[in-house]
Write a protein that binds this ligand. Sequence first.
Ligand SMILES: [Zn+2]
Ligand SMILES: [Zn+2]
Length: 364
Amino acid sequence: MEPDEPGTSAVATEIMPLAFAKGNEKYCELCQREAYLQCAKCQVTFYCNADHQQADWVGVHERICQMLVSIRSMKDIYDPAVRKRNQLRKTHLIKICKLVAQSKLSEGKHEEALPAAHCCLQTSIDLYGPNTIQLVPAYILLAEANMGLGNLAVVAELLSQAEWAVLKNPELGASVQQQLHRSLGHYHTSVGNLEIALHHFSNDIYFACEEYGLDSSATTKGYFLIADVFARQGRTAIVHSLYSEVAERWHKHLNSLLETHQQHADSSVSFYEKAQRVEMEEMLRVILEFEQKQSRRDAALIALIAHNLAMLWFINGDLHKAQDFGSTALQASLQIPKHKLTEPIQELLQQVESLQTEPQPGSD
Ligand SMILES: [Zn+2]
Ligand SMILES: [Zn+2]
């Protein structure tokens, strides 16, 4: 199931003290302080004030409000069948929260990612117990959100919890190890420990290859992150060669995306794919800016990156941007006689043009 797009706003009612037995005080979903409000829809989620309720609503609650009713109001905890069903619901809830948090993070909405990451951690603790290996992905999500907000002390604490869990469970899968090394790499980059960051990003690539393969998007992102550290160290030559590698890899990926896009023009894009495209666009933009700033410009590489961006925007349906980047790409490729990209770029630009002049559906 994919989370819905946010729309409506939160509705609160005051907690009726008599509705709860004594000794069963309610705590805010976001900050764990004493709660005075409850969600009027599910009635099983509580808040210290309207701000925290609104933040939770926008962050994740709108998507999970109804799921929480069955999870939190479970009565017969001694019936094994009921317990089993509730465990499955919690597993599903964790999955949704992870997806929401990841998507918000990839869009750079760190504040909004916090409630989903929190809920992911709380539900994981509830389901698997404290200090378990299953908490690691939730720690990483929370760390990433806090990293974006500049709360580096909190990040260090969360990541050391995650590292501790990993130390105790060395058989942990490659995908979680990869994510942890990536977060540690981000953390050490932001506090300026660049050599340690390089070490973690190398491990990130190693585990990404193992889990997803050499040509995977995760591996490519690892190369990009390493290049970013080298860029901070001023090692331009190696940055340039890593960026070429990244651009080549995305080019392959985008070409096959473009092909599927042309075959099934109306295919809907998954939540995950959307998030991935946002990330890819950001990386390509950074690379293009870097290469355009170099005193000796590499026209072939600029053509390649701009062609990538043109394909990406074409697939995303923004013809204006597709045309802009397509023109940049063509200009660069024409500087090289008989460049292999000139023809595909021209084809793409023609496609953009024909779509722009086509009457919009429903206008006839
Ligand atoms: Zn609160
Ligand atoms: Zn609710």
